[in-house]
Design a protein. Structure first.
Length: 426
């Protein structure tokens, strides 16, 4: 539900609430989490050094490595018997990181997801097809609880089984779907194969996230499924999905639920806090969590904060679409490029499908990027045109390989791995 007393809180009140919650959180960490106390002591800081929001910049970041070093539950701030749920992050390398929730945290989780779905167009009484994976991944169960909080009739279909998903959508006629953007396109393909056009698909709103995507993908999903698509962002370390969501009518940046997650944008090299509007790494603090309070979490996600001026009356800041992760930034022969930039070129060409895969190789000292993409036109002219446009728009020389439709890896509902890096250690 849109809650003006929270989402449209006058800014001075919002800032005061954030400071009070941050101070209480740092005090809890000092008291109950030895690893945080050690970090603060090493920086010569005590909880009462946090007197203003500006003081936060003096406090240390938390990295994924901190969660790994304290695996599985070393950063929790409440007794084990208070925990009610465990999830794990879906990292592709190393040991999974475990995150934990108590009753308060599950309540916050349901609330921020309910707010997100509402912003994305869902209204009580609608039917909701939830195709995020259920299990240790936060996507399925987290979205589920928020949908029930909002009053949606929730179909917990989870990921995979595309034919069955399409059949269920045709049978149950949901108005709202949540899944990854790449999976929305897989579903669109299956509708297309069955000859079902957008006007015959009941869906009106798609709440898409868990992986980076570009505006062109939004346009494609909207046309092919006949929906308004919004961006939902989140990460296990903060809570899961529902840290922010776009407004369906506005579609310009995801509202960060700032009463629960305090955002900063920092310079990826120096850690210095940057002004709103500048791109950098998103750093978040989970200021109302009790079981797992995380201070200044280095998300690795590159975005910028947009000013509060907007068309919805909310006072909270928005974040732009994620440009990429600071760690999947491809640096090839000195050129920095995110996979989404290549995706934007492909989708801009119209005749190329959005299924692509990037492989990075090294021969001697030379790095190369091979871009495989699906198209029914297997002609050299198209291949050369893709390479030319990428050179012109992104500044990279790439080897383009055209593949027949349906041959590249598809999302099974989870995150799609777009890049294979075969260059080995640097
Ligand atoms: O992906 C939580 C989630 C579930 C978000 C469902 C949205 C929908 P993790 O598995 O911990 O949590 O992965 C978090 O995924 O740091 C980003 O790099 C990426 N990510 C999540 N949402 C978006 C998005 C979930 N909307 C990591 N755009 C984050 C771009 C996203 N990247």
């Amino acid at each position: 539900m849109f809650q003006p007393h929270l989402e449209a809180l006058p800014l001075p009140e919002l800032r005061a609430l954030q400071l009070a919650r941050l101070q209480a959180m740092v005090a809890r960490q000092w008291e109950h989490v030895p690893a945080y106390r050690a970090k603060f002591e090493a920086a010569g800081l005590r909880p009462d050094d946090l007197k203003s929001l500006d003081d936060l910049a003096r406090f240390p970041f938390t990295y994924k490595a901190d969660l790994r070093d304290n695996y599985p539950l070393g950063l929790t701030a409440v007794p084990r018997s208070d925990l009610r749920r465990i999830h794990a992050s879906s990292g592709t390398t190393g040991r999974a990181t475990i995150v934990a929730y108590d009753d308060n945290d599950l309540n916050v989780f349901a609330e921020v997801v309910a707010r997100s779905l509402y912003a994305g167009g869902a209204r009580p009484g609608m039917t909701f097809h939830n195709a995020y994976g259920y299990g240790l991944f936060t996507g399925g169960l987290g979205t589920h609880a928020g949908a029930e909080r909002l009053g949606l009739c929730t179909v917990p279909v989870s990921g995979g089984g595309t034919e069955r998903q399409v059949q269920l959508i045709l049978d149950l006629q949901p108005e709202v779907i949540a899944c990854t953007p790449s999976y929305a396109l897989v579903l669109a393909d299956e509708f297309g194969r069955r000859g079902v056009g957008p006007e015959d698909i009941s869906l009106q709103y798609a709440v898409l996230g868990a992986e980076p995507w570009a505006e062109k993908t939004r346009a494609e999903v909207q046309v092919r499924l006949g929906v308004r698509a919004t961006n939902i962002y989140g990460l296990s370390e903060m809570i899961g999905p529902g840290v922010s969501n776009e407004d369906a009518a506005e579609q310009r940046g995801s509202y960060l639920w700032e009463d629960h997650f305090y955002p900063e944008i920092v310079n990826p090299d120096t850690g210095e806090v940057l002004p709103d509007g500048e791109y950098g790494v998103l750093v978040l603090s989970s200021i109302s969590r009790t079981a797992l309070p995380i201070l200044r979490y280095w998300t690795g996600d590159i975005t910028r904060l947009l000013p509060a001026t907007n068309s919805t009356g909310r006072t909270m800041r928005r974040m732009d679409l994620i440009r990429g992760r600071s760690d999947d930034l491809i640096i090839l022969r000195g050129v920095n490029v995110y996979p989404t930039q290549l995706e934007a070129v492909l989708l801009g060409m119209g005749q190329v499908s959005p299924h692509y895969h990037i492989t990075l190789t090294r021969t001697g000292t030379r790095d190369d990027l091979r871009l495989q993409l699906e198209t029914s036109d297997q002609g050299a002219a198209l291949r050369d045109e893709v390479a030319r446009l990428i050179k012109a728009q992104v500044g990279l020389t790439v080897e383009c390989v055209l593949c027949p439709p349906g041959t590249l890896p598809r999302s099974e509902g989870g995150k799609l791995k777009r890049v294979t890096d075969l260059r080995g250690e640097r």
